[in-house]
Design a protein around this ligand. Structure first.
Ligand SMILES: CC(C)(COP(=O)(O)OP(=O)(O)OC[C@H]1O[C@@H](n2cnc3c(N)ncnc32)[C@H](O)[C@@H]1OP(=O)(O)O)[C@@H](O)C(=O)NCCC(=O)NCCS
Length: 157
């Protein structure tokens, strides 16, 4: 894992880096709905709404005080929270995403111990498939384009 890694809540000051990450080709390629780059105005309005919403939890992962990724839990319905994660390419493969999801899950568990985390992962996304397997997610539904995985928050590995 990168040294001095930590997670903090996102703020409007993160709008620029979040926009940069969401529009990276390897971010858009793994999204289910958004496929075209997002405009700055649209992104700022979305972020302002996300930060105010109780159904959205958004954190920035930092390594030595520098932002290296983001993790977002978006409440869908009932106790389900859908995960969106992006780690800067230079910081991948050393456990950063596992740390981010475990830490975020620990924070959510404090307020919602019965929460269920869900990840919708495209079949070609080998890194994500491995990530969610490592964290103890189970496949719930397999589709031609993507599969749905879930874990009860208390069962995360
Ligand atoms: C998916 C992603 C978040 C993983 O981040 P990461 O910090 O590299 O993941 P981690 O290192 O915590 O762990 C993932 C596991 O997959 C492995 N892995 C990482 N990249 C891999 C790759 N390209 N192919 C196969 N396995 C890979 C890691 O080694 C690790 O396995 P290990 O425990 O045996 O070492 C990152 O690749 C990313 O941001 N991708 C683009 C956006 C994306 O796909 N988001 C998820 C959409 S569902």
């Amino acid at each position: 894992m990168p040294p001095s890694i930590s997670l903090r809540p996102a703020t409007m000051d993160d709008a620029g880096i979040l926009l940069d990450w969401v529009n990276q080709p390897d971010s858009l390629a793994h999204k289910l709905k958004t496929t075209k780059p997002i405009e700055a105005d649209q992104h700022s309005a979305w972020l302002a709404g996300a930060l105010e919403s109780e159904a959205c939890l958004l954190w920035i992962l930092e390594a030595e005080g520098r932002p290296v990724g983001q993790v977002r839990f978006q409440k869908t319905d009932g106790s389900r929270w859908n995960i969106d994660i992006y780690i800067d390419a230079a910081c991948r493969g050393s456990g950063a995403a596992q740390y981010a999801i475990r830490t975020a899950a620990g924070l959510l568990a404090l307020r919602e111990p019965s929460a269920i985390l869900q990840a919708d992962v495209k079949a070609v996304n080998q890194a994500s498939l491995k990530l969610f397997d490592r964290l103890g997610f189970t496949m719930e539904q397999a589709g031609p384009d993507y599969s749905t995985f879930f874990v009860r928050i208390g069962d995360i590995k």
